[in-house]
Design a binder for this molecule. Structure first.
Ligand SMILES: *Cc1c(COP(=O)(O)O)cnc(C)c1O
Length: 399
């Protein structure tokens, strides 16, 4: 940790992040190798085409793909990949987008994959001028739905791997890719948060997209890997709609440093440290009335466990969401993973903790649980009230 906390200078609260890798909190702790690389390049000039060539080699090496490209974000990568599926290397077509006259312009995606990662995935597709064609229903997609959705105008098939997608009755990637390939349609896999850098290509992806700033611990960036011709088409979008999504030299160099560091990272050691944080929380919460803590694996099988904390308001005298809100409002603010909190639980994610912060989390949790036990009435804000309050807060910005 730096000795001086820049957040204090900016009047910002020193947040403890137990929610995972969240754009709203600044993504992840950037690894020291990337921090150094970013600061080393900022004052120098480079030939950007060559820097992108070097990036292509590094990404290819790590993923087993033919080529790679660094984008501004995974969301940008979705748009640029879809654009490339329509234009290939046709520079005139690239400059014409989002006008897709004369191009194949339909993109199929399973309805259960049409999620929001903070913005709708289908908007990242439509931004290019492409038309989204949903496959199946949210909770049911079959091979025949996909076959029926593909026609002579289909430019690409997008597949999302994420804890956000519906996790049953979807078409497995291998089958999805087989069907798309039978009809000559390339498959783009959005694997923004997935640790597996080679598996999706092996399962049939033509292009796979990652976030550089999530598990990889790079600066804000996206990583594209795939066949040379397809990746070239993505690169060339920088002369068109990609310009407004461009990544700077610092983003590219930082992403490369993070990728290289990933190769030599002590994954076992990190796993063990996360496990110690989880064990520390389990121990601290054992026997607390109305709180059941359970270590659970990541839903998409990333090598990452979290603590699921179920709160019974009758015993704990507070709802899960009120507890989450009080932790977030406290000093220091502790932000938990609360995207399913209406079910009466939230998670503590240890992947973005600085050493020692797990104890501060315990201290705050214990404090709030004890306060709730002492309170005369059970603390339950109606959940709808919480939703409306959050929505109103968004619209008040910058106040
Ligand atoms: C985070 C995420 C994105 C967006 O990634 P950014 O790099 O932040 O733009 C896209 N898809 C999924 C599934 C994600 O989880």
């Amino acid at each position: 940790m730096p000795t001086k906390d820049i957040r204090a200078d900016l009047g910002l609260r020193p947040v403890i992040n137990v929610s995972g890798t969240m754009t709203s909190l600044g993504a992840s702790i950037v690894v020291p190798e990337a921090v150094e690389a970013v600061s080393a390049i900022l004052t120098e000039f480079v030939e950007m085409g060559d820097l992108h060539r070097r990036a292509s080699q590094v990404i290819a090496e790590l993923t087993g793909a033919e080529a790679g490209f660094v984008t501004a974000s995974c969301s940008a990568a979705i748009s640029l990949a879809v654009a490339a599926s329509m234009t290939s290397s046709d520079l005139a077509a690239i400059e014409r987008l989002p006008d897709t006259t004369g191009l194949k312009n339909e993109v199929v995606i399973q309805s259960g994959h049409m999620i929001s990662y903070g913005a709708p995935v289908e908007q990242a597709i439509r931004l290019t001028g492409a038309k989204v064609v949903p496959v199946g229903q949210a909770t049911s997609a079959s091979a025949y739905h996909l076959r029926g959705a593909i026609n002579e105008r289909t430019a690409a098939a997008v597949y999302v791997v994420s804890h956000h997608v519906v996790d049953y009755a979807q078409i497995p990637l291998k089958i999805f890719a087989e069907i798309a390939h039978e009809r000559g349609v390339p498959v783009i896999v959005d694997a923004a948060s997935e640790y597996d850098l080679a598996g999706f290509l092996a399962d049939g992806a033509d292009l796979v997209l990652y976030s550089g700033h999530k598990f990889l611990g790079g600066p804000t960036s996206g990583i594209v890997a795939g066949s040379k011709a397809f990746v070239r088409g993505v690169y060339l979008q920088n002369r068109g709609i990609g310009r407004g999504m461009k990544v700077g030299k610092e983003g590219i160099v930082g992403a490369l440093a993070a990728l290289s560091a990933w190769k030599s990272r002590d994954h076992e050691g990190i796993r063990a440290r996360e496990r110690r944080a989880l064990d520390c929380w389990v121990e601290a919460l054992a026997g607390k009335p109305g709180v059941i803590a359970e270590i659970v694996p990541d839903p998409t099988n990333n090598p990452l466990d979290r603590l699921k904390l179920r709160v019974d308001p009758a015993e704990a005298r507070i709802s899960a969401w009120d507890l989450a809100d009080r932790l977030a409002a406290g000093d220091p603010p502790v932000i938990v993973r609360d995207h399913e909190v209406e079910h009466g639980y939230f998670y503590l994610d240890p992947c973005n903790l600085h050493p020692g912060e797990e104890h501060k989390v315990v201290a705050r949790l214990t404090e709030e649980l004890e306060k709730a036990r002492m309170s005369n009435e059970v603390i339950i804000t109606p959940f709808t009230e919480r939703l409306l309050r959050q929505e109103a807060a968004i619209l008040k910005w910058p106040d």
